[in-house]
Design a protein around this ligand. Structure first.
Ligand code: ADP
Ligand code: MG
Length: 345
């Protein structure tokens, strides 16, 4: 009998996934890519391939219904799946939606959830094609599986970045994290004195970033229009630092990331400073921005640099050179991921 007991906290989320899946091999030649990317990739036998991704959201871990309206939760649960499809440079097509609900929820509450799910499906042109519904002992769980399609030669993996490629991010970073900080602060104020109304005035942008994230399906279209094929791509769910480490590991490259280049909206910076936080650290380690992080060949630099949707934030190096964050004084620091960690105490 095996009496060994290893705590999950010793592995962390990514260590756990690695451990459980390291010896999994695929047997079908149609499985072009299995575990290890934002979505799996399946050969359709023609010039296209299918991408598949799944996500599980748990009440109290991924969302807090004291400040997350159910309609927003429904919208967000679809958007984060669409984001994983976009990260493959693919177009989302269908989802299945599975829910587990406790009797704490009313029909009207679940109608709200579905209003959000349907709104997102309309926005991203996705069909709901099935799912599953069960009861739960505690709270709400939502699991969505998404299917998408891309031309085989257009699919972007995490593993394609090369030395000298440039590192690019869409949109701006840190907003969703600062939105969460404001919501958490107001929740504490409310818990201390329920007569005080939450003060969310002037925080529309960061609240929207947290409560109603936008998957960058538009970026997939813009890249196609520009004729730019990223060499690698990932979406930013856990924070820029964590995603850069994933890209570098999968591509076996190093990276120089420049603090002074990080795209941070003025509204995000102001709130970060209010909270005594360094805006750059919020951009690096705050999650849930759902922007796209990708690398391009140097030949495409002008097309990307001149487009207002994108910011060049660094370049890829030889793996042996390491992965560095270059601060505003020019000092290099080894890049570490401090984003949200499941299983860590
Ligand atoms: P993302 O943040 O893009 O959703 P994850 O970090 O959740 O990606 O997952 C990384 C990879 O590991 C993906 O290919 C995912 O399908 C796979 N994966 C995650 N959990 C499991 C699991 N329990 N069993 C098999 N594969 C898993
Ligand atoms: Mg992802």
């Amino acid at each position: 009998m095996n009496e060994k007991r290893t705590e999950l906290a010793d592995l962390g989320e990514f260590g756990l996934i690695d451990h459980l899946t390291k010896d999994i091999q695929t047997i079908h030649p149609e499985t072009l890519r299995g575990i290890g990317d934002d979505a799996a990739v399946i050969d359709l036998g023609n010039e296209d391939c299918q991408v598949v991704s799944t996500d599980l959201l748990i009440e109290g871990v991924h969302f807090d219904l004291t400040y997350m309206p159910l309609k927003h939760l429904g919208y967000k649960s679809v958007a984060i799946n669409v984001s994983d499809v976009c990260a493959m440079n693919a177009i989302p097509k269908q989802i299945t939606v599975s829910i587990a609900v406790s009797n704490r929820f009313s029909l009207e509450a679940l109608e709200e959830l579905y209003a959000g799910i349907k709104a997102a499906c309309a926005e991203y042109k996705v069909d709901i094609i099935g799912g599953d519904t069960t009861s739960s002992q505690s709270g709400l769980m939502i699991s969505i599986t998404i299917l998408g399609v891309a031309a085989k030669e257009k699919v972007c993996y995490r593993s394609g970045a090369k030395e000298y490629d440039l590192l690019v991010v869409s949109g701006d970073l840190g907003g969703a994290y600062m939105g969460l900080q404001v919501l958490e602060r107001e929740k504490e104020v409310f818990k201390a004195n329920p007569n005080i109304q939450p003060d969310l005035d002037g925080h529309d942008y960061i609240l929207q970033r947290q409560l109603k994230p936008n998957a960058r399906l538009d970026v997939v279209g813009i890249l196609k229009e520009l004729g730019v094929q990223p060499t690698s791509m990932i979406d930013i769910s856990d924070g820029l630092a964590s995603e850069i480490l994933h890209l570098c590991k999968a591509s076996n490259v190093g990276c120089h990331l420049y603090d002074e280049k990080l795209p941070i909206d003025a509204k995000t910076s102001m709130v970060a400073i209010d909270f005594n936080l360094d805006p750059s650290m919020c951009a690096l380690n705050g999650g849930e921005d759902y922007e796209l992080l990708f690398t391009i060949d140097q030949k495409d630099v002008d097309l990307i640099a001149s487009n207002p949707n994108f910011t060049l934030i660094g370049h890829m190096t030889n793996a042996a050179d390491g992965i560095y964050f270059i601060d505003k004084t020019g000092s290099a620091h080894t890049l570490r991921a401090q984003g949200f960690k499941h299983f860590e105490s």
